[in-house]
Design a protein around this ligand. Structure first.
Ligand code: SAH
Ligand code: SF4
Length: 376
């Protein structure tokens, strides 16, 4: 097994330059490698024709470039594409062992699979090419939070993804046919990004660096179930003006605790304080995500309560209709209930959008593809 820091996508220009020097390569090698991978989309050293044969061989034997295999690739009727990636070895064994899920022979394929999704959008385009190309990526294998409506958390956490593997997902999606340069990244795949803080922040630096994926940090959205301390810590990464989305899903602690086990440890008030401090430190507003579940949190009184919360934060609200998941008994709300809910928010001056469901025919809900393979 290669150590995660010897994975190409983990490297910064400095660490790669050091690595090249230690392997007797010329000083300009690191820059050439970054260009081959991030600009030309080539990650096989054998194809890097501007390198000496000796260095190509050395790179092929000593450094990991591609650290997993695509085991499923689906294309939806709306052109959304989804990849299920099986990573080469066990994921972050320390986290896994503590949960006694992983380890040697007991490890099954699903415990090292994650999914990522490419969502092209024509909303603002005047030509044929998609204007927005959003990569939705995972930060963990499984999820430790276990929200009652989400497939990703149903089997608990198998482990953290390394920074390199987080970046590799976006790079893979950018190479899919007909996609072109990725314009936006959302951490809305599997896992709770702020529970894998160091790797996620390292990955965001690569995703947003001119030498890396070159995506504007404002177009990177980190979606979190709400860990107040980690939100404050993220606000301190002032070189990374990312967008923060808070998955609120309920206007009261009582309802939130029914849906999100980790809501036991924190109150909405504490979350609002953390968001307030985020705003004061960064000057950037947050978005509230609210998954509407029939008769659980989609009633008019919930909308009225949510309007108060959103106004106190000056936050936009993204309304997400529940995607039904096998084994989960919550119901998707009716279109009429969703429109009524949105109307109540708008009447109170809250900017509320209903998120379009993309790629439903290839299992739109986060974690659903992997979940279907596990339960099949
Ligand atoms: N753990 C983070 C990021 C990944 S989940 C978080 O919870 O924010 C990203 C989004 O997917 C969350 O807003 C979540 O509400 C949504 N989601 C999860 N399961 C869903 C389902 N069954 N239907 C619709 N949205 C779902
Ligand atoms: Fe984890 Fe987010 Fe799914 Fe909750 S909604 S289980 S936090 S991935």
């Amino acid at each position: 097994m290669n150590h995660p820091t010897n994975h190409f996508f983990h490297h910064t220009p400095d660490s790669l330059t050091d690595w090249c020097a230690r392997h007797d390569m010329p000083a300009f090698r690191a820059k050439q490698l970054m260009e081959w991978v991030y600009v030309k989309g080539v990650a096989d050293p054998a194809l890097m024709t501007s390198l000496s044969a000796r260095d190509r061989d050395l790179l092929a034997s000593e450094m990991t470039f591609i650290s997993g295999e695509t085991v499923a690739h689906q294309v939806a009727t709306d052109a959304t594409q989804k990849l299920l990636v099986q990573w080469d070895d066990h994921i972050s064994p320390r986290a896994a062992t503590s949960l006694n899920i992983l380890g040697g022979e007991n490890c099954n394929d699903a415990s090292r699979q994650t999914e990522c999704v490419m969502i092209p959008s024509h909303e603002e385009a005047d030509s044929g090419a998609p204007k927005r190309r959003t990569a939705c990526i995972s930060s963990q294998v499984g999820c430790p939070v276990g929200c009652k409506f989400c497939a990703s958390g149903m089997g608990g956490l198998d482990g953290n993804l390394s920074a390199g593997r987080i970046v590799e997902q976006a790079w893979r999606l950018g190479l899919l046919e007909g996609v072109g340069r990725i314009s936006h990244i959302v951490f809305m795949g599997m896992g709770e990004p702020l529970a894998n803080f160091t790797n996620v922040v390292h990955a965001v630096r690569t995703l947003t660096s001119p030498w890396g994926m070159g995506i504007s940090a404002r177009k990177v959205t980190i979606s979190t179930v709400g860990l107040p301390k980690a939100i404050e810590r993220l606000a301190e990464q002032l070189d990374l003006p990312v967008t923060l989305a808070l998955s609120l899903h309920a206007p009261t602690d009582a309802i939130r605790r029914r849906l999100i086990p980790w809501a036991e440890y924190t109150t909405i008030e504490e979350l609002l304080d953390a968001c307030d401090s985020w705003y004061r430190k960064t000057g950037r507003e947050i978005t509230l995500e609210y998954t509407l579940i029939s008769r659980v949190n989609d009633r008019p009184e919930h909308a009225r309560e949510l309007a108060k919360v959103a106004k106190s934060l000056r936050a936009n609200v993204n309304l997400i209709r529940l995607n039904e998941v096998k084994g989960i008994h919550f119901k998707r709300p009716t279109d009429e209930d969703v429109r009524t809910f949105q109307g109540i928010l708008r009447d109170r001056g809250v900017n509320a959008h209903i998120r379009a469901s993309r790629g439903r025919d290839i299992a739109a809900a986060c974690g659903q593809l992997r979940h279907e393979r596990v339960t099949a």
